[in-house]
Design a binder for this molecule. Structure first.
Ligand SMILES: *[C@@H]1O[C@H](CO)[C@@H](O)[C@H](O)[C@H]1NC(C)=O
Ligand SMILES: *[C@@H]1O[C@H](CO)[C@@H](O)[C@H](O)[C@H]1NC(C)=O
Ligand SMILES: *[C@@H]1O[C@H](CO)[C@@H](O)[C@H](O)[C@H]1NC(C)=O
Ligand SMILES: *[C@@H]1O[C@H](CO)[C@@H](O)[C@H](O)[C@H]1NC(C)=O
Ligand SMILES: *[C@@H]1O[C@H](CO)[C@@H](O)[C@H](O)[C@H]1NC(C)=O
Length: 348
């Protein structure tokens, strides 16, 4: 996530308009299909900050909220309405990164209250385990059996924990970006033990950046840890071993402006949510291409993160979380309800 906190509470002109859908001809030439068509899966109220998401093995979406410490399940087919899976203590300001280790076992970051400069003002940042194996809905979408939620660790040394990814599902190692301090933590989810495992200059924000957030989204691919940086327009990677330790120098993969979280598609293209510029871009072979949204449009206002479907029917569908422009309102004033959006990426 990234934003100027002041803007959240600024009296913005709030529009509840449904997102316009741009129709495009399908073509084998990538450029001819742009911008990609953005669909609304579900639109929440004006002040909803959808922050991050993970897709369950059964295809349902788990969505973290930053405006309130709530984890929701959203059915991408809309067969049933979104439900609250877990409502965390009001000691937490909201939720951020989420990652799965073993099937239906997820870990989420719960943020302590923080100020405009992303400095923690009280409390502690924690990581919770959410076991969805016990979770059940009946046919009308009512919860008949709850998820099991347990605290894993209080990470007292962290500045602002944000994106999260799984390093080793069996050993129970997850990596978590500390955006404020520009470092990556490794957390052992079985012992609660944690350590700063990578501290790299390319993870810091620039001193003249409008946000005090550096490293944001994390993903591991082919023994490299990749990350986006919100306060420095670079998308980077570093080779790591099985313990998450760097085995070489970091390098810049591509230039990406105002990146929030990101996700790889199976073909290795990286899909970058650009919250502050209400845009989605794709990085392929070191080249960054805008594929949907723009600073003047509400179509992807405040897009925060993405995840691809896991069913045979939706593996090319990119699901996106948005905050409706709460970070940087469109045209300075326009905020819409936070959404779960979807894009069929198979044409690109
Ligand atoms: C959303 O914003 C519109 C326009 O300001 C307002 O009319 C409406 O009541 C708001 N809805 C909610 C749920 O806050
Ligand atoms: C979550 O719990 C708080 C009290 O801590 C309550 O005010 C709020 O309505 C609950 N939200 C949901 C969606 O259950
Ligand atoms: C699901 O549970 C709710 C709440 O207990 C109940 O009102 C509803 O009738 C149930 N639906 C089905 C299909 O069992
Ligand atoms: C916790 O991590 C530290 C630093 O990596 C390590 O020295 C220590 O042995 C670990 N403790 C446990 C109980 O795993
Ligand atoms: C933002 O401003 C531009 C330029 O004035 C305008 O074309 C666009 O429609 C505006 N966007 C919205 C969502 O009103």
């Amino acid at each position: 996530m990234q934003w100027s906190l002041r803007s959240i509470f600024a009296s913005a002109l709030v529009l509840l308009a449904a997102n316009p859908v741009i129709s495009c001809p399908v073509s084998v030439n990538n450029r001819d299909v742009l911008p990609l068509v953005v669909n609304t899966v579900y639109q929440f109220d004006n002040t909803t900050w959808n922050e991050n998401l993970a897709v369950r093995e059964n295809g349902k979406l788990l969505v973290t909220r930053l405006d309130t410490p709530i984890l929701m399940q959203v059915d991408p087919t809309n067969a049933v309405a979104p439900v609250t899976v877990a409502n965390f203590s009001s000691e937490y300001a909201g939720l951020l990164g989420i990652t799965e280790t073993l099937t239906d076992i997820f870990y989420v970051v719960a943020a302590a209250p923080f100020d405009d400069d992303f400095v923690k003002t009280s409390g502690v940042i924690s990581v919770f385990k959410v076991d969805m194996n016990t979770f059940n809905l009946n046919d009308s979408g009512a919860i008949t059996s709850a998820a099991e939620v347990t605290k894993v660790a209080d990470i007292s040394t962290a500045g602002f924990l944000n994106g999260m990814t799984t390093l080793n599902d069996v050993l129970g190692y997850v990596l978590i970006a500390d955006s404020y301090n520009g470092v990556v933590y490794r957390l052992d989810v079985y012992t609660g033990n944690y350590t700063i495992i990578i501290d790299d200059d390319n993870m810091k924000y620039l001193s003249d950046s409008i946000t005090n957030l550096g490293v944001n989204g994390l993903k591991i691919r082919d023994s490299y840890l990749y990350w986006s940086n919100s306060g420095n327009p670079i998308f980077c990677r570093i080779p790591i071993n099985d313990l998450g330790e760097a085995t070489g120098a970091s390098e810049v993969v591509a230039a990406v402006d105002s990146a929030d979280d990101f996700v790889f598609r199976a073909d290795g293209t990286a899909w970058m949510a650009q919250n502050q510029i209400e845009s989605l871009s794709v990085v392929k072979d070191g080249v960054t291409t805008l594929v949907a949204g723009n600073s003047y449009s509400t179509i992807l206002a405040g897009v925060t993160a993405g995840a691809f479907g896991r069913l045979s029917t939706d593996s090319n569908i990119l699901y996106l979380t948005t905050n409706g422009g709460l970070a940087i309102p469109v045209n300075g004033t326009i905020v819409v309800g936070g959404e779960i959006a979807s894009i069929d990426t198979s044409v690109y």
